[in-house]
Design a protein around this ligand. Structure first.
Ligand SMILES: *Cc1c(COP(=O)(O)O)cnc(C)c1O
Length: 401
């Protein structure tokens, strides 16, 4: 790894939080309150709700959540941060804050599934239309940008299938469109995979970063939280006021769990990256495997863009089996794994996997016939994980088709 993650670790550990005088402890305190009390009516009336210069009500922030917001903004190279109760809530907040009836949003076809489901469900019911585009084809995005487009989601790489898009080209397509449609299109990125570590999203020209802190920043598989980061104050105020109107606050105890996880996030990212690449390379050579999707593997879709724009990769890889293996055999492989547990989340200490039916969730086509299993590589010994995969591949080989 380059020295960027190491520098990031230093910044995340030596942060601006100042403990109360005489109590110079390393961790910040956990502050909890439904409300704060004001010393006078004049103080109550004059409290500023718009800028986070003081406290107004528990839902709108405590010293603990403000500290975490400052540190997530640091992690991602942004300026302003709003915390929400889950990564999905971060996606939802962006849509609710920016869109109104008659607007359209564009979402990559390989995006995180619930992002698409929110557009198909609530946003559609509110009169907001959506279109799915092929993130690996910037011309498809350019063709789908229209006079009603107000929000474009990016995700790098695609959820489950892990194609790494050419982010600068996708951003350029939106900016070109803005030259002829100056009403403004906001570019939001689901930055959960990069986590602020693999690439610097704001330097690529995005406006908003949504992040499932549930994954890497927590790292413990024990808390759900999300964040929305911007560099633009006007955009932040749109998000912040929507947040205040919808009651999407987070608890001090949950914020504390993420604060604890942040100290080691860059180290965990690097360790899980190296373990995943070593297992991905090994799997690539196994006779049952058609291909392994992981942006750091040469030949994996978007590898060149990944190489140009990233200094690391997350702990996800997807294995596509040879078409001769039935779904029952692939299910048997998953059931045979002992260290890899069956589950949807990722970036926690324990390795996980889940089978996916890609043609059922795709509109833009899929080149493979065989079944797919996505893996999240945890913090176990790589040799133990490889042995587990090896015994499950053998069990699949001799199971009934
Ligand atoms: C997990 C995930 C989310 C949602 O996070 P939750 O905290 O589980 O709601 C959003 N985007 C991506 C890419 C994710 O992997």
């Amino acid at each position: 790894m380059s020295d960027t993650p190491a520098k990031l670790s230093t910044e995340l550990i030596h942060h601006p939080y100042r403990p109360p005088a005489g109590f110079e402890a390393v961790p910040p305190a956990v502050h909890k309150a439904s409300t704060i009390v004001f010393p006078s009516v004049a103080a109550l009336r004059s409290r500023d709700w718009k800028h986070k210069t003081g406290y107004t009500y528990g839902l709108h922030g405590t010293p603990t959540t403000f500290t975490l917001e400052e540190r997530i903004a640091t992690l991602e190279g942004g300026q302003y941060c709003t915390l929400v109760p889950s990564g999905l809530a971060a996606v939802v907040l962006v849509g609710m804050a920016l869109l109104k009836a008659g607007d359209e949003l564009l979402i990559p076809d390989n995006a995180y599934g619930p992002n698409k489901a929110f557009a198909q469900g609530e946003l559609a019911a509110w009169g907001i239309t959506h279109r799915f585009y092929d993130a690996m084809n910037p011309a498809d995005l350019a063709a789908k940008l229209g006079p009603k487009t107000r929000l474009v989601w990016l995700e790098a790489p695609g959820s489950i299938t892990l194609e790494f898009p050419d982010l600068p080209q996708l951003v350029a397509a939106v900016k070109n469109h803005q030259n002829t449609h100056p009403q403004g299109v906001v570019i939001a990125l689901d930055n959960t995979w990069g986590a602020g570590i693999a690439f610097k999203a704001f330097e690529l020209g995005i406006d908003i970063s949504a992040h499932a802190l549930t994954k890497y920043p927590s790292g413990g598989a024990d808390v759900l939280m999300g964040s929305v980061v911007t560099r633009d104050q006007a955009l932040h105020h749109l998000l912040h006021f929507c947040h205040m109107r919808t009651g999407f606050g987070v608890s001090g105890n949950d914020a504390e769990l993420v604060l604890r996880g942040l100290h080691s996030v860059a180290l965990r990212y690097a360790a899980q990256d190296s373990a995943t690449r070593s297992l991905a390379t090994w799997l690539q050579g196994q006779p049952q495997v058609e291909t392994v999707l992981h942006p750091a593997l040469p030949g994996s879709p978007g590898h060149e863009a990944w190489k140009r724009d990233c200094t690391g990769a997350a702990c996800l890889m997807s294995v596509v089996f040879k078409p001769g293996y039935s779904q029952a055999q692939i299910d048997h492989f998953c059931n045979s794994l002992k260290l890899f547990k069956l589950g949807y989340s990722w970036a926690g200490p324990m390795s996980l996997c889940a089978p996916y039916d890609i043609p059922a969730i795709r509109t833009t086509g899929w080149p493979y016939k065989g079944g797919l299993v996505r893996f999240s590589v945890g913090l176990e010994a790589v040799a133990d994980l490889q042995a587990d995969l090896s015994q499950a591949l053998a069990a699949m080989q001799y199971s009934k088709a």
